[in-house]
Design a protein around this ligand. Structure first.
Ligand code: DHB
Length: 402
């Protein structure tokens, strides 16, 4: 119909971010064909700054999954994080508490490793290909219409369609509203994120509560650092010059210990929204959603990419089993096995956010209550262990059946 040339593949994947590319890679290892479409160019995706913390499970997906071991060379292992409140540091020793560490390795690097691996393996990944319509997700031959990088209208049909197309997912919009619920929460604060050309100020991440609001000291490499501070969601990042940004960060991290950030030119600035979203169910016929398309978490704790990778690892198992058995009911295992972790991550991200951020107009009582909570978490071994377990991630339930 429409005369557009029709191509076919086993698994059609919309979205060439880390979730779509990891899925395509894992399917390739299992001998299953896929085509990945993304409206953006590779350069556009690579220029988008996202979070930088990988749980051990995500590192294993890259290294043991044969994508790349660059994370082990260019990334930094972090055995702990710091909670800073009342102007004092309280270290959470992730390694001692859980036996696990996290890795600082920016999402752009994860994306580049995956895109390079797919290219080296001859993967069919098409950048600049815009999906215009999702076709018959509940049929045996779902698909999409899309406009390719040369502006030509095309159609892709597949056995299974996967929406890995992020928080503004076109695939999600194709779910029937009478079947799917969107569970949504919007927070009354946002993060102002910067990249500064400066030496490291700390070796580990510092999550700071202060009377002036939250701030996070993160890193990128020897020459560039990533910091965030809580702001109003309506903030226009271009209104803030370097001097004002540094003054705001410095007053939030200040304390009796005299700690101060090392400053330098700010080369990137943007405002990040705080939203939680869960789509239930994430399957409609032969269309499934993964990663941000299926759920969004607020940035505190950097769970987004980790959750997307966990989804994809479960989905890869499920697709293999589905193709072996030919039973569409097997596709429901994806939601059952991935869903538990989604809600854990939702809780963890919103708990960390609520504990560390003042809501606008917060009463003095509420701030004192939050400080008591921070102190209980930081000073109790059980409290620290609870935080460390969430921060380093959870195991995914094992595969059921054949
Ligand atoms: C980073 C982002 C996060 O949301 C977080 O919790 C930790 C680190 C980062 O970009 O470095």
């Amino acid at each position: 119909m429409g005369g557009a040339p029709v191509e076919t593949t086993r698994v059609g994947i919309v979205g060439a971010g880390p979730a779509g590319l990891l899925l395509s890679h894992l399917l390739h290892l299992s001998g299953i064909d896929s085509v990945v479409l993304d409206a953006r160019t590779r350069e556009e995706i690579e220029a988008t700054h996202r979070a930088g913390i990988l749980e051990p499970g995500a590192v294993a997906a890259l290294v043991d999954g044969g994508v790349s071991d660059r994370v082990l060379r260019d990334g930094d292992r972090h055995d702990g994080i710091v909670l800073r409140f009342d102007g004092e540091d309280h270290r959470i020793d992730l390694k001692a508490l859980t036996g696990r560490s996290v890795w600082l390795y920016p999402q752009q690097d994860v994306f580049a490793d995956l895109a390079d691996r797919r290219a080296a393996d001859g993967g069919d990944v098409r950048f600049g290909a815009t999906v215009t319509e999702v076709l018959e997700p509940d049929s045996r031959r779902p698909g999409v219409r899309f406009v390719d990088a040369d502006g030509a209208a095309r159609e892709l049909r597949c056995d299974l369609l996967v929406g890995a197309d992020g928080s503004r997912s076109a695939c999600r919009r194709a779910l029937p509203t009478e079947e799917s619920r969107l569970l949504f929460h919007e927070y009354p604060y946002a993060w102002f994120g910067i990249i500064a050309q400066a030496p490291r100020s700390t070796d580990e991440l510092v999550y700071t509560e202060s009377e002036h609001g939250f701030a996070l000291v993160s890193q990128r490499n020897a020459t560039h650092q990533r910091h965030y501070f809580q702001c109003d969601p309506a903030t226009d990042a271009t209104d803030w010059d370097d001097e004002r940004i540094w003054a705001e960060l410095q007053r939030r991290v200040a304390g009796p210990d005299g700690f101060a950030l090392r400053e330098g030119p700010i080369v990137e600035r943007s405002v990040l929204r705080f939203r939680s979203l869960v789509v239930e169910p994430v399957r409609h016929g032969r269309m499934l959603l993964v990663g941000d398309a299926a759920h969004t978490v607020p940035p505190t704790g950097a769970k987004g990419l980790n959750l997307a990778f966990a989804d994809v690892q479960v989905l890869h198992d499920v697709v293999g089993r589905w193709l072996r058995t030919g039973d569409d009911d097997v596709l429901n295992d994806y939601r059952h096995r991935a869903g538990e972790r989604v809600w854990r991550a939702q809780h963890f991200s919103s708990w960390m956010s609520a504990m560390l951020h003042a809501r606008p107009g917060e009463e003095p009582f509420e701030r004192r209550r939050r400080l008591a909570e921070l102190r209980m978490v930081a000073e109790s071994e059980h409290g620290r262990a609870f935080l460390a377990e969430g921060y380093t991630g959870w195991d995914t339930p094992p595969v059921a059946g054949p």
